[in-house]
Design a binder for this molecule. Sequence first.
Ligand SMILES: Nc1ncnc2c1ncn2[C@@H]1O[C@H](COP(=O)(O)OP(=O)(O)OP(=O)(O)O)[C@@H](O)[C@H]1O
Ligand SMILES: [Mg+2]
Length: 282
Amino acid sequence: FYFSKNISSAINILIESTKKIASGDFSTRIELNNSELKELSDNMNYMATELENLENLRKDFITNVSHDLRSPLTSIKGFVTALQDGTIAYEDKDKYLQIILDETDRLSKLTDDIMLLTKMENNVSELNITSFELKTVIKKACSKFERAILDKNQNLSLELFDKEVYVCGDLNKIQRVITNILDNAIKFTPSGGNIKIETSIIDEKAYVKISDTGIGISKDDINHIWHRFHKADKSRGIDKKGTGLGLAIVHEIIRAHKENITVESEIGVGTSFTFSVELAEA
Ligand SMILES: Nc1ncnc2c1ncn2[C@@H]1O[C@H](COP(=O)(O)OP(=O)(O)OP(=O)(O)O)[C@@H](O)[C@H]1O
Ligand SMILES: [Mg+2]
């Protein structure tokens, strides 16, 4: 009798707690230390913690997106109003129209990035797998940055295969991985620094390594760089406009390909990212 009474009160506690969790109170935890149902309650506590973490991520995501959407919109609105009411002189208008255009580009990039990321995370975006030549894609990605590299007086060196190498994957998405990493390498490397892209083949896989002699990433930050919207504090001063989605996208693309990406970095020395791609059948 004592045994069943004990269980029934434990079950009541469990029922009450599940009601709370179901109503959205994810901070609920169940204390059933001496009960036969302890294992079940531990599992439920684990579930509640996971739900709480997810909910926090969702809230952070909305806060970040709202903030990043609002700041360019505020500045666009401000300049348009100033152009309309004559606060900005007619002869200065081109300069401000250019700012408005840049801000709209930023908004487009942000919304495109968020769409891509959410699609990939929900596995809605399917990979379009083909076989393609890796060096061609690397060179194409580099060509987008010719201007930026020239402007920063950086040196880009390519140490690529001396023959054609075909890999399997989604061409556009692999190119996106390269451009996102390269974009960071250029951004976080001071003028005059070096950026290098190397390729290799190890155990039936092709590897692309992109390294820079930039500011580096601290041990504290390195575990978070793949998270949406994470920007190292130090980098905030260098790049106020980046939103911190680039590497989250890289991570999702590599995950969707079931491949790997690793990062090595030392503050003040530089950073290198290495990812794998499947070789195509010869
Ligand atoms: N090559 C690098 N050298 C130093 N820090 C880096 C490098 N690559 C990434 N980081 C750090 O990781 C953070 C996240 O990078 P990520 O590409 O996701 O965002 P972002 O470049 O700030 O913004 P976005 O790519 O959305 O424009 C950066 O803000 C920076 O702090
Ligand atoms: Mg980036």
